[in-house]
Design a protein around this ligand. Structure first.
Ligand code: NDP
Length: 272
């Protein structure tokens, strides 16, 4: 079978929307690929990756809990994967070299631009300081915001993260209860939504015309988005980021850029 082979590796992986997204890209661009979901035992990521290479695998997406392990098996890391400290995309080059990349930040930016979110000159609040945030700060800084505040339950993680970037004073870390002022864009990148919890937030958080964005997505709005809706701001979940990171992975593998909106609309229709 000459059709190029790709996959998503995870545990669990059955819920992954990546096979559907990449099948959509392949159809749209008339560029057939095979793309499977592979459930990998937590202690044998390397073994499964080697088996996949033997089958002729050309690249993969990597999801929970293998994003750090994937960084250790790559021959080379892209600058953005190094910065994120995690790999969500593996690319096998023509000469068999394995490049570890991270497309989460590019995926978020693609989605924020599609939404015409406030970015240049904007005051941005990022809630959370975990793996996802590490990968999105540099692309957010590149859009030229006036300031980015990273607020986290464990304050040390927020301040340590802020110190990693040469942001010329435009990036600051603080605790959730030290958030001051109002913002044009608020991104929830905590996993609190997973547990149906809302980080403690000040009532006056949004500027006029602000956008509230939750990296998590689902059939019903997250607790954070429900809270933001009560403050009368535009609310968007992370489904577009998911499609955006997939589109950037596809570009790394195939060199073409799929149009994300029709795929996002189809996924949204399936969720509801
Ligand atoms: P991590 O586990 O690395 O980080 C979790 C973060 O959430 C930490 O900052 C943690 O704070 C904070 N947190 C957890 N529970 C609470 C709570 N009850 N109250 C306040 N803060 C809390 O997760 P990731 O960074 O990998 O992922 C974060 C979110 O982004 C997840 O919901 C994930 O699903 C989503 N995501 C979506 C993507 C997409 O494509 N749409 C891509 C990647 C991630 P502390 O440091 O104090 O523990």
């Amino acid at each position: 079978n000459d059709t190029p082979l790709y996959a998503v590796f995870g545990n669990p992986v059955a819920h992954s929307k990546s096979p559907q997204i990449h099948a959509g890209f392949a159809e749209q661009l008339r560029d057939p690929v095979r793309y499977d979901a592979r459930l990998v035992p937590v202690d044998d990521f390397h073994g499964h990756w080697r088996a996949f290479l033997n089958e002729g695998g050309r690249g993969a997406n990597v999801t929970v809990p293998f994003k750090q392990q994937a960084a250790t098996l790559a021959d080379q890391l892209s600058e953005r994967a190094r910065q994120a400290g995690a790999v969500n995309t593996l690319v096998v080059t023509e000469n068999g070299e394995v490049i570890g990349d991270n497309t989460d930040g590019a995926g978020l930016l693609l989605d924020l631009k599609r939404l015409e979110a406030p970015l240049t000159g904007a005051r941005i609040l990022v809630l959370g300081a975990g793996g996802a945030v590490r990968g999105v700060l540099e692309p957010l800084l590149e859009t030229g915001p006036s300031e980015i505040v990273v607020a986290n339950r464990t304050v040390e993680k927020a301040t340590a993260l802020a110190a990693l970037f040469d942001a010329q004073g435009r990036l600051r870390g603080c605790s959730l209860d030290a958030i001051k002022g109002t913002f044009d864009l608020v991104i929830n990148a905590t996993s609190a939504s997973l547990a149906g919890a809302l980080p403690p937030l000040p009532e006056m958080l949004f500027n006029e015309g602000a956008l509230a964005y939750d990296m998590m997505y689902g059939a019903v709005p997250t607790v954070f988005l429900q809270w933001a809706q009560r403050h009368d701001v535009r609310c968007v979940d992370g489904l577009g980021m998911l499609v955006g990171q997939a589109a950037e992975s596809w570009y790394q593998w195939r060199g073409t850029r799929p149009e994300t909106t029709p795929i996002l609309e189809a996924l949204r229709a399936d969720l509801c």
